[in-house]
Design a protein around this ligand. Structure first.
Ligand code: URA
Length: 432
């Protein structure tokens, strides 16, 4: 390196921008092992405090993309959706089949559980037999053949992000809008997309707690998308309560199957139709949002989206007979009702504590090597603002192998009841 790592760390620590060349050199040297983890940790911590300028962010993201391969899906209308993570968020399983049924191609690259939030890949693997494609070629082949595929980041997609993310996870440097947006967008741009729909979650169960934080993330993601000619739209959606009525691993697949049977809860169905219509537009396949939404609703109701879902689950090795018997997804070692000793209106849900509780019971993992327990989850009987009677169940918990009685005992504390209903909160805080 023409300039020493410590000089660049010092420069950023003092709040001065790094040049394009310095960023490229530092990151490339880190990937090859010439810059050490302790030096990169110091730079990351300086970025957490000082941030990146728009040109710095653009270069940082570009180097992450160039560290690996880009998918080449030889079709028009290649599109994906990304959610920044919440509790009960199962929309990927519904929107990808809807959009594929209407002629788009969705290489849905998802992650595993992270902190208190569930992981799409963990939920997917709870369907017996399902395998995650391991190579870019396999993802491409499945997407071209079926219109969609459920996959994870392969070793040659953004390897620099993989290395940086592992380091950020253990150095307290995850929560930076610059580092989050570059991490997410580099992986999405590596999918070779025409368009991307973002679902930025906002509230006590999300990484972004306030609308200001959510908008700051949106602004950075938009800037990165623009610099890489990627069309972007999306929503900022409420995460002050779980999405839908079920959270956990298999119980969320149960709710996905309910949506395909037209028995899904209103908030989940409405968010899915909004996201699907935005994907159809940002892919270039549709020009009008309203028409896209009408068609999305039609393929959800006439079974074409469900057929797409079954096809890809089968192609990925899944036992689709279980999809025809949704109760399979609610089987658990033990089912425990939780009730509140108060009557009134439900005024607050500590969504993060609920997600962390499920994670401790086995729906999430405490180390990257740990496995999740597919049976774990819960049914949330009430929504914010609903009336509740003394002793009425608020939760039904589905337990697996780990019966952590401490978590079950705390569950009632995740809810607050008051004498007046709270101000109603819009599910869609912003559509962009
Ligand atoms: N998800 C990612 O992929 N990267 C982050 O930095 C945070 C969430």
């Amino acid at each position: 390196m023409s300039i020493s790592p410590q000089q660049l760390i010092f420069q950023k620590r003092e709040g001065r921008a790094l040049s394009d060349q310095d960023i490229r050199t530092f990151l490339t040297a880190y990937l090859s092992g010439d810059v050490h983890d302790y030096q990169m940790s110091a730079l990351l911590m300086s970025i957490v405090w000082r941030g990146l300028t728009e040109p710095e962010l653009s270069t940082w993201t570009e180097v992450m993309i160039q560290s690996g391969h880009t998918l080449k899906i030889n079709r028009d209308y290649v599109v994906d959706k990304h959610s920044t993570g919440g509790v009960g968020d199962k929309t990927s399983f519904i929107v990808a089949p809807i959009v594929a049924a209407l002629g788009c191609y969705v290489p849905m690259i998802s992650g595993r559980s992270l902190g208190h939030t569930g992981g799409t890949l963990d939920k997917l693997e709870s369907i017996p037999g399902v395998k995650i494609p391991q190579t870019s070629q396999h993802i491409t082949d499945l997407t071209e053949a079926h219109g969609l595929c459920f996959a994870g980041q392969t070793p040659n997609m953004c390897p620099l992000d993989r290395k940086l993310y592992a380091l950020r996870d253990v150095t307290g440097t995850v929560e930076s809008p610059d580092l989050i947006s570059s991490s997410i967008m580099s992986k999405k741009i590596s999918e070779g997309l025409r368009g991307l729909t973002l679902d930025i979650k906002c509230g006590n169960g999300a990484f972004m707690k306030t609308i200001d934080e959510a908008q700051a993330l949106k602004k950075r993601m938009k800037a990165i998308a623009q610099a890489h000619n990627l069309d972007l739209n999306g929503v900022i959606s409420d995460m002050n309560q779980p999405l839908g009525r079920y959270a956990g691993v298999r119980p969320e697949i149960y709710e996905v199957l309910q949506v395909f049977r037209e028995e899904g809860p209103e908030d989940l169905v409405s968010l899915c139709l909004t996201l699907a219509s935005q994907m159809l537009v940002v892919s270039g396949k549709y020009s009008e949002l309203e028409k896209a939404k009408t068609d999305a609703k039609t393929v959800l109701e006439n079974g074409k989206a469900y057929q797409k879902f079954c096809n890809i689950i089968k192609a990925q090795g899944g036992d689709i007979s279980t999809l025809e018997s949704p109760d399979f997804y609610l089987k658990s070692s033990e089912t425990i009702p939780v009730s509140l000793k108060k009557s009134g209106y439900l005024t607050h849900i500590d969504t993060r504590a609920l997600g962390s509780g499920l994670s401790k019971l086995g729906a999430g993992r405490t180390s990257t090597e740990a496995s999740v327990d597919p049976q774990v989850g819960c049914l949330i009987h009430k929504r914010l603002g609903d009336p509740i009677e003394f002793g009425e169940p608020i939760l039904t918990m589905y337990l697996g192998q780990k019966n952590d009685i401490g978590v079950v005992e705390q569950a009632a504390d995740w809810f607050e009841v008051g004498s007046e209903p709270p101000d109603s909160q819009l599910l869609l805080q912003e559509v962009f």
